[in-house]
Design a protein around this ligand. Structure first.
Ligand code: MEV
Length: 429
């Protein structure tokens, strides 16, 4: 075990190799793990990739960065983030530093309950069918649990049955049976889908109806992750602006997202900027997270912010985030992708709940970073340096000249492909 202090001063100024050594000393990873994080050829071998999806012809790399400064439930974390967009890792780390000044994040979760759905049509007597289904609950659960020994071994399994009825739809009335499944450390999609398929014939028998769809719901509103943070106003002070001025700006930014769906969508995208990269780094399903997040943001009937921000009696800024978080640490890509395995090792997570809480904290941190920037200097200033590096690379710069050309373009306030090409021609030997 290393220093276990995620406040890694000057981390961003090191080169990737030096950063890796620092990550190693934080956590005591072994050299083999570093290779999986460092990337290069062979991390995800073509043979392994070929077993993951169909028609494989190659693999596709993305940058893996480490967000620093995170303290969650009293423990320090280095958070692996896989993402293509500049400023996300820096923003999350910066926000985590501000939150650290207020004692760090608190994370918690609901039980890891997911919902599977079986659609039944042509049910002649829906009230009697409902009573029949509920009377056979034990049998339905037994049949469902016989499908997934592994989930039951983990301490999970099907827990409950609910019946919903839609008297009208474009095709007429339908009954929808919900199977509530405790997924423990699995994301659970495969187990739930197998369970739904297995119980469908029994439900057909009980209702006299016909089963069509048998699939999990991505609105995992019983598998929620929550994060909370307190930011002292003094920690918000920057660039000649008082902490109070910044706090006021952030509160107006939140108020905008709370009332306007056009703004709330972008605000929530800023939250997912923090969540998705951790989901990807750990081999989880980011489309499931995105689908669940936006549906949950609409649960009142109006799409709104997933986070809340308020001031406490001492004037501190207090942020909360609650959102569905269907993640697993066993099975699927989490087990197959070597970098996902090392990401989980780096996080030291022992349960899927813990990972879900970390994802929520990364989301809240990204939200805070975006609102702070938007309410003060604007988002572009921070973006420009990294954006300039991308333009320089696209123009053919490599090695130390990438930073040099980017620096010159930022200084000249002329970050354009044409200028980058001129500088490449001028500076590259
Ligand atoms: C950009 O990726 C994310 C932001 O647009 C989020 C927001 O507006 O809150 C900056």
């Amino acid at each position: 075990m290393g220093t276990n202090n995620s406040r890694l001063q000057g981390f961003y100024q090191l080169n990737p190799f030096e950063r890796l050594q620092m990550v190693k000393s934080f956590d005591g990873l072994v050299d083999e793990d570093l290779k999986a994080l460092h990337g290069g050829h062979g991390v995800l071998t073509i043979e392994r990739a070929d077993k993951m999806i169909e028609n494989v012809v190659g693999t596709y790399n993305l940058p893996l960065g480490i967000a620093t400064n995170f303290q969650i439930n009293g423990r320090d974390y280095l958070i692996p983030m896989v993402v293509e967009e500049p400023s996300i890792v820096a923003g999350a780390s910066y926000a985590a530093r501000m939150v650290r000044a207020g004692g760090g994040f608190e994370a918690s979760t609901s039980e890891p309950l997911m919902i599977g759905q079986v659609q039944l049509v042509h049910v002649a007597a829906p009230n009697s069918a409902r009573v029949d289904i509920l009377a056979h609950k034990a049998e339905i659960l037994r049949l469902a649990n016989a499908q997934s020994r592994s989930l039951v071994t983990l301490g999970g399994g099907a827990r409950d049955v609910e019946v919903h009825y839609f008297p009208s739809s474009p095709m007429g009335a339908m009954m929808v049976v919900h199977l509530i499944v405790d997924c423990r450390d699995a994301m659970g999609a495969n187990a739930i889908n197998s369970m739904c398929e297995a119980i469908a014939p029994l439900l057909e028998g009980l209702t006299g109806g016909k089963a069509y769809l048998r699939i999990l719901s991505n609105l995992s509103d019983r598998r929620l992750a929550r994060a909370r943070c307190v930011v002292p106003v003094s920690a918000l002070e920057r660039d000649g602006l008082s902490g109070e001025e910044v706090a006021e700006g952030i509160m107006w930014a939140y108020a905008f997202a709370a009332v306007d769906p056009y703004r709330a969508t972008t605000h929530n995208k800023g939250i997912l900027n923090g969540v998705d990269p951790v989901i990807v780094a750990t081999g989880n399903d980011w489309r499931a997270i995105e689908a669940g997040a936006h549906a949950y943001a609409s649960r009142s009937g109006q799409y709104t912010s997933l986070s809340t921000w308020e001031r406490d009696e001492e004037g501190n800024l207090v942020g909360t985030l609650e959102m569905p978080m269907a993640v697993g640490i066993v099975g699927g890509a989490t087990k197959v992708h070597p970098a996902a395995q090392v990401s989980l090792k780096l996080l030291h997570v022992k349960t899927a709940d813990e990972l879900a809480g970390i994802c929520a904290c990364a989301g809240l941190a990204s939200n805070l970073a975006a609102m702070r920037a938007l309410a003060t200097e604007g988002i572009q200033q921070g973006h420009m340096g990294l954006h300039a590096r991308q333009i320089a690379m696209a123009a053919g710069a490599h090695g130390p000249l990438v930073d040099e050309i980017a620096r010159r373009m930022v200084e000249e306030r002329n970050i354009k492909p044409a200028r980058a090409e001129e500088l490449v021609a001028e500076l590259h030997p």
